[in-house]
Design a protein around this ligand. Sequence first.
Ligand code: PLP
Length: 464
Amino acid sequence: MADDHPYADRFGVTRRIPEQGRPRAEVLAELETMATEEDRAWESGKCSGTMYCGDHDHYGFLNEAYGLYAHVNALQRDICPSATRFEGEIIAMTLDMLHADAVSDGEPVGIVTSGGTGSIVHALLAYRDHAAQTRGVTRPNFVKPETGHPAFDKGCHLFGIELRTAPIDPETTLVDVAAMAELVDDQTIAIMGSACNYGYGTIDPISELSDLALERGVGLHVDGCLGGFILPWGQELGWDIPVFDFRLPGVTSISADTHKYGYGFKGSSVVTFRDKALRNAQYFFLTGWSGGKYCSPGMDGSRSGGALASTWAAMVTIGREGYLGYARQIFETADRMKDAVRSHPELRIMGSPTFCFSFTSDEFDIYHVNDAMRAKGWRFNGQQYPNAIHMAVTRPQTQPGVVEEFTADLAGAVAYAKEHAEDTPKSAAIYGGVAGGLDDEADEFIRMVMGDMMDRHQSVPAKD
Ligand SMILES: *Cc1c(COP(=O)(O)O)cnc(C)c1O
């Protein structure tokens, strides 16, 4: 396993605010050393997902935009009307991309949040409170396909919503709509489908889910955190991608991450709603507080104006032409990588994915392939039930030579896997890249690993 604390010996461990501040130049040099070394891990194009853009020039520009507003509190709009402009325009552009112009039965709106999880939990809160206000729901439940992101489980956990999980068809990896229908009852606030899901990159039958939602009078959230800012362009370019957005009458909210294929900085995402009433259900006001009248549009209090400014700057400088161009390169690269996988009869791609795909093997444990690819510098995310590895193609993979390297390294890895089919692979399947045992044991193991990673340098120094 990678060492989580490689800098302790090199730079020492700071356990108390330094008596005298350190020189800025020295601190910047230290920061630059760590950043430059860490960037090497993905600049080669061998890292799945994570670095969606990877263009240091673009990052430099975003840093300038961010820097102008980093110190601004977007909660206090009277002194920063620019934040209102950025947020409104980010939402408008996102709604337009998701075809909200097709909506005639509502007033489409949105919220800019701090990330995909933020967008998902805001949607859950809106559904819970809207269902309580309009349908008198007191024991709320929410239904997701097994492949739905853990952020839905997290939000349900936080808000006291019962989470129900619908099975998927193991062949297509798509949700079993009939099974989902069975789980919907009069306390169901909403259901969800992914476009696309994180694990397999496949798109749930959103059109069928839309029919189900309308028939049963529940909301339908489409999780476009990963695909929201790339699938619309792929559709426009002619890739085989079904309609998943506001053109479907049952879709009541969509999350789309600007900090993934929107090519903004980490810390921004958009959740869009078919109608204002749904979003407004989660607004929070405390008008009688002695400290003044308080209201906030979402769960955060103070927020950095930098995140809004840089996200807006990314969208307006890349433009439709830019997004289409990058999407074309990404879809073409993914197609070539999938062809490389398909050229090995021992490997099997899960379902019919587009820019993000997952593969397994019925002949050997696919983690052997992962082990061999890791030795060549590749970083994939591991999956379980069945074991599989996943690749979300991003701009760093579109650099010349990366597909060729993938193809060659994969061939070597398949040979390695066949040779070691009887052994236990070194890598195992835990989201985030830490290895563990099974179920209960895995919970305990993860708790221990998290504890070591987070806490080792947190101890308070002894007082003299
Ligand atoms: C990334 C992702 C999320 C969660 O987003 P964060 O930005 O990590 O909070 C949700 N759903 C899908 C499909 C994702 O890929």
